[in-house]
Design a protein around this ligand. Structure first.
Ligand SMILES: [Zn+2]
Length: 328
């Protein structure tokens, strides 16, 4: 098993449970998009007669049913729904699944957690142990789960093997989290199960590659600023010239995290650039706050409307957080 190609047979058919490690079933959610790759990876962790559903994904009745029946097979009892992080492509369906089973949501996100996860906590799912590793950066509430009995690490969207995920949290924290994972894995033979894409084994190299790429982007942004570009739009256009339309928000959020990183460094920017970029970030925060408010109002209005019957996949660009482009 240790020598098998971890990515063989990828991608599987959606909603089809596959035993990918001892005590771990994988089910691909049918929400493929340019942001979610082939879809969100949902998992069922089980030991003995207990099971936990990890990242149920978006609102999709068939996917939820597939997860429930995989989790409850062999007389198992589902004891919780766990989130690796609160991004819509992982968490939107959590409330529905948890309510249908009468179980709590276990998460670090204050928006979802019925039971809060803490760094270093050891969960017991029947006989299966899952150790919680807080890895902020992709989002503030991101966690990885270490299953020592299976030598398996669920990485959420913190680390996606050869692929890239965005920085919606704090870049300096992401760099620290990747360092933490790299040190944790060290010489161990580990199977990594990510939030998107196939399983992988080269955790240390993957983490180092992401750190390298992020450091390169930090240096590029610093250079663009030194050359006189001090608007977020201008920096985004220089760093991601091919990102237009729906993916622009993703690119901007990564630029914002990079600018924030540079503002944290005492000598990285001139005082003039520092002042202009601080104003830019304030403007950006106001714009995001307005968008969130508008989004919430439209969701509330939707909830008040009578059911139309078709509530199918809405994999809009804002529902998800990854992309396929080479440049990251
Ligand atoms: Zn995701």
């Amino acid at each position: 098993m240790m020598t098998a190609d971890a990515s063989a047979g990828w991608p599987p058919a959606p909603d089809t449970p596959q035993l990918v490690a001892p005590g771990v079933l994988h089910l691909l959610a049918p929400n493929a998009s340019s942001w979610t790759y082939e879809g969100t990876n949902s998992y069922v962790l089980f030991g003995g007669d207990a099971a936990v559903i990890v990242d149920p994904g978006f609102e999709d009745a068939a996917h939820h049913e597939a997860l429930r029946s995989a989790a409850q097979a062999d007389g198992r009892r589902v004891v919780g729904v766990l989130l690796t992080h609160d991004h819509p492509d992982h968490s939107d369906g959590a409330r529905t699944v948890a309510a249908s089973l009468g179980v709590p949501i276990i998460a670090m996100s204050p928006r979802f957690a019925d039971e809060f996860l803490t760094d270093g906590q050891v969960l017991r799912i029947g006989e299966l142990e899952a150790h919680v590793i807080h890895t902020p950066g992709h989002s503030d509430d991101s966690v990885c789960l270490w299953l020592p009995q299976a030598s398996t690490l669920l990485t959420g969207d913190t680390l996606l093997g050869a692929r890239s995920s965005g920085v919606m949290g704090t870049l300096s924290e992401l760099l620290d989290s990747l360092e933490k994972l790299r040190a944790f894995v060290g010489e161990r033979e580990v199977l990594a199960l990510p939030g998107h894409g196939p399983a992988f084994r080269n955790v240390v190299e993957s983490a180092m590659r992401v750190i390298d790429v992020r450091m390169q982007r930090i240096n590029e942004v610093r250079g663009f600023i030194a050359d006189g570009t001090t608007s977020l739009e201008g920096l985004t256009a220089l760093l991601y010239p091919k990102h237009a339309g729906s993916r622009a928000m993703f690119a901007v959020s990564t630029v914002v995290s990079t600018v924030n990183y540079l503002l944290e460094q005492p000598d990285a920017l001139s005082s003039d650039a520092r002042e202009k970029l601080t104003a830019e970030l304030e403007r950006y925060d106001r714009m995001i706050a307005e968008r969130m408010k508008a989004h919430k109002e439209s969701v509330d209005a939707e909830a008040e409307r009578p059911q139309s019957g078709s509530d199918s996949a809405k994999a809009s660009d804002e529902d998800s957080d990854e992309r396929k482009e080479e440049r990251v």
